[in-house]
Write a protein that binds this ligand. Structure first.
Ligand code: FAD
Length: 514
């Protein structure tokens, strides 16, 4: 298809390109196998799951593959200050996949590319497109090969490129590390438009820079993901704690144990000690037939309680008593409130697609499309008690209209050569305040409370990082990356000298490189 791009004048006031009303002349044309949308057809690219920002691109490119992406980037580099942003499935919160007046590359159009199983010395890998949804990777790998990736996110309608640009964390990460620790090779179209294959040994700076690289080094067009045999079944269990120190001690005990001596998945969440339908007792039971009995909660139970969520993998052929015994052996080491336990058995695929069912319900209730001012943090073990005391027990004790996740991760399972910024300690917690404003505080209140929480963390000197970071200022980014700032900027400059790859609100402006 022959595509024409519009030239435009750029305002120099803030270093960002702005579409100009005088847009007049056709300045560039390139050949693409895919297609380009302009005008109203770009609306999808001006929104994301967060629903907080609306930023209009000049065009939405639906590439057929890496060659199209390379041509688009090279064409953009010839237009002064034209920016390019990859869009996975647009499930960012703060406009990370948007660009103001630039080109958005819709990676979903490349879903089918590259899908191929590899056997390397007896270990299995799957090559997948950067635009593939993890849920499709899961169902295809399990149904065709009986294999599955090892590390997941809770929700799988996210793209491979989108989560690898951040980290990709869920209840398996304590054992296998985040998703970025489970890929061995990437194909990337760099900010120069070069189509480059990279790995730990081949172009390692590009490989590690792009993992957790916030889309700043290039566009991930293919990833090679480690696979393992998929279990048939999962026993999914929730147990309740009144005391934070007991909850964290048990969670840390489980994530610190060797393979084969713990559960296969460990997460947790905070809930309110009341009957609030979203954040209260009803949030706990997995099995709706056996509800939650608040009469069992000890008198010491404060305004918020804690739920440890674990899962145990098994095969259909395993005898039920063997599974019961193994699970009981693990549970007996934990000090949850006797009687406050809930469990279900379901297939491995159903378990991994559990949030999809929540999505379907939320869509039916009309709350999925409401704004989501989410806050995700990594907080050092040494500060998590302070965080509980101030944030969970005071600031959000009445709930937020959505889940409040908290679970420990192991720093040694992360590769410090990637771009992700982490707290310093070996054990740190993921804390996620997943707000649905239609059933909680307003957008303004939620955003203000998120800011208050982050400012409190800074003021108290907590060892913490934002996960899925988003800052408006160079100072914010410098603080975020800390010692890694120089490495990040130098890496970025070498793969993207024009600085044309721009996440939301063009937070990495050209001036940041100077
Ligand atoms: P987008 O939002 O489209 O893009 C995200 C960023 O990646 C942007 O900067 C974009 O430019 C860049 N990007 C996208 N594709 C590419 C590519 N191919 N190459 C280079 N850069 C690219 N995260 C977790 O870790 N664990 C969870 O359990 C989890 N659960 C979630 C549940 C829900 C309901 C939602 C909405 C989000 C969740 N997330 C979770 C966050 C999620 O991983 C990130 O927001 C992720 O970036 C979204 O993926 P996406 O495909 O929609 O990416």
């Amino acid at each position: 298809m022959r595509i024409a791009y519009l030239d435009r004048t750029v305002h120099e006031t803030d270093g960002e390109p702005k579409p100009n009303g005088d847009v007049s002349a056709i300045s560039k044309s390139i050949d693409l196998q895919g297609s380009v949308e302009t005008g109203d057809k770009t609306t999808i690219a001006s929104k994301d799951f967060g629903g907080l920002y609306s930023i209009k691109p000049l065009a939405l490119i639906k590439p057929a593959g890496s060659d199209d992406i390379s041509r688009a980037i090279k064409a953009a580099s010839r237009i002064p200050r034209m920016t390019v942003a990859a869009r996975g499935n647009g499930h960012s919160i703060n406009g990370q996949a948007m660009t103001n007046g630039g080109l958005v590359i819709d990676m979903r159009s490349t879903e089918e590319n590259h899908f191929r199983l590899l056997n390397v010395n007896g270990s299995f890998f799957i090559d997948v497109s950067g635009g593939a949804l993890w849920e499709n990777v899961l169902t295809r790998c399990v149904s065709r090969f009986g294999l599955a990736p090892r590390s997941w996110t809770d929700y799988l309608s996210l793209t491979v490129g989108g989560t690898l640009s951040n980290a990709g964390v869920s209840g398996q990460a304590f054992r296998y590390g985040p998703q970025i620790s489970n890929v061995t090779e990437l194909e990337i179209v760099t900010g120069k438009g070069d189509i480059t294959v990279c790995s730990e040994t081949r172009n390692p700076e590009l490989f590690f820079g792009s993992l957790g690289g916030l889309g700043q080094f290039g566009i991930i067009t293919r990833a090679r993901v480690k696979l393992q045999p998929a279990p048939d079944m999962v026993r999914w269990i929730r147990v309740v704690y009144t005391e934070f120190d007991e909850f964290t001690r048990d969670a840390e005990f489980l994530v610190s144990r060797d393979d084969g001596e713990s559960f296969d998945y460990v997460e947790g969440f905070v809930f309110c000690n009341n009957d609030d339908p979203v954040n209260g007792w009803p949030a706990v039971p997995l099995d709706p037939v056996h509800g939650f009995n608040p009469g069992i909660i000890p008198q010491t139970g404060a305004s918020v309680l804690y739920c440890l969520e674990v899962a145990f993998h098994y095969q259909k052929g395993d005898h039920p008593s063997t599974v019961d015994k193994a699970v009981a052996g693990l549970l007996k080491r934990l000090r949850f409130v006797e009687g406050l336990k809930s469990q279900v058995d379901l297939s491995y695929v159903e378990f991994l697609l559990r949030v999809k069912r929540a999505e379907e319900q939320a869509k039916a209730n009309g709350i999925w499309d409401a704004p989501h001012p989410w806050l995700n943090l990594f907080i050092s073990k040494s500060n998590i008690v302070d965080f509980d005391q101030t944030v969970f027990k005071k600031m959000v004790k009445d709930g937020i209209g959505g889940p409040m996740l908290i679970y420990p991760l192991m720093g040694s399972k992360w590769d410090n050569r990637t771009s992700v910024a982490l707290p310093d300690s070996e054990i740190f917690y993921l804390v996620a305040l997943l707000r649905f404003v239609s059933r909680g505080p307003s957008v303004e209140e939620s955003v203000a409370q998120n800011r208050e929480i982050v400012e409190w963390c800074i003021k108290e000197g907590l060892d913490f990082k934002l996960y899925l970071p988003h800052y408006q200022s160079k100072e914010g980014w410098k603080r975020h990356f800390g010692d890694q700032w120089t490495r990040f900027v130098e890496r970025k400059a070498s793969f993207d000298p024009m600085a044309i790859l721009a996440p939301g609100q063009n937070i990495f402006k050209r001036t940041h490189l100077s």
